[in-house]
Design a protein around this ligand. Structure first.
Ligand SMILES: Nc1ncnc2c1ncn2[C@@H]1O[C@H](COP(=O)(O)OP(=O)(O)OP(=O)(O)O)[C@@H](O)[C@H]1O
Ligand SMILES: [Mg+2]
Length: 235
């Protein structure tokens, strides 16, 4: 599937509301495409639907699906898949870093990363070595592997979440406000690793942040309001 795919994400006529009544509409996106290997910086005021959009793309709103329209990923229908097929597709092809509650709290860092590799079917004796390399590149010592996730600082959790999201070499990487708790040095390591992966793995990256200084790392940047016609959106 990998070599011939041109579009990583395609959204058509999408409408979404959290309420059964269909109102208030959080998202109304006529059309949006992200090409394979493209990196996008997405910003916009708080509460306008950025995380909602990312969760719809990742299929991580299990009790909610689009009210209308379609999301295709890697040129496959995605939003219409059954929940179990969607989970399998996500484990194999998508890396996700959420805004909060990223890691399984009672597991060590190593087990968190191994679990992702297991579900993505890439678990091997090399998994730990690759994880160590990613963590080192983001200024984290190897000793963190044995630490329980619920004992990490928020900035450490964010970087571990990125290492975990990359472990299956996903085609699509979705990250939501990941640098809020990082100091300048960790932020630089984090951005360099992300951008190198975009290049090396030809990953399509959608990166949401309020930190507009990071936009220069990306091929293009846009405000959610440029896409979203729902009444909650602001330009
Ligand atoms: N689980 C939910 N149930 C009902 N409404 C929700 C839910 N999650 C978010 N919303 C509402 O949907 C709207 C969009 O929220 P969302 O989290 O997508 O915003 P955001 O752009 O990511 O904001 P921020 O920049 O603060 O992270 C908000 O009005 C929010 O109150
Ligand atoms: Mg958000």
């Amino acid at each position: 599937m990998h070599d011939t795919v041109v579009n990583a994400i395609e959204i058509k006529e999408l409408e979404f509301s959290y309420a059964k009544s269909g109102r208030p509409k959080v998202l109304q996106v006529d059309t949006w495409k992200v090409a394979k290997g493209q990196s996008v910086f997405l910003s916009g005021p708080s509460g306008t639907g950025k995380s909602t959009l990312l969760n719809l793309i990742g299929g991580t709103l299990p009790i909610h699906s689009p009210n209308r329209g379609e999301i295709r990923l890697l040129e496959q229908p995605f939003s219409s898949l059954s929940p179990s097929k969607r989970d399998k597709f996500r484990a194999k092809h998508i890396g996700m870093v959420f805004q909060q509650f990223n890691l399984i709290p009672y597991l060590s860092v190593e087990k968190n990363i191994e679990a992702a590799a297991y579900f993505g079917k890439t678990l091997s004796p090399d998994t730990k070595t690759i994880a160590k390399e990613y963590l080192q590149r983001m200024d984290l010592a190897d000793t963190i592997l044995s630490q329980r996730s619920d004992t990490l600082s928020v900035g450490q959790q964010q970087r571990v979440a990125v290492a975990r999201a990359l472990i299956n070499k996903p085609e699509i990487l979705i990250v939501d406000e990941p640098t809020s708790a990082l100091d300048e040095s960790a932020k630089m390591g984090f951005m360099n690793l992300l951008m190198q992966c975009v290049k090396e793995l030809n990953v399509s990256l959608v990166f949401v942040s309020h930190d507009s200084r990071l936009a220069s790392h990306f091929e293009y940047s846009l405000q959610l309001g440029q896409l979203n016609r729902a009444e909650t959106s602001e330009l």
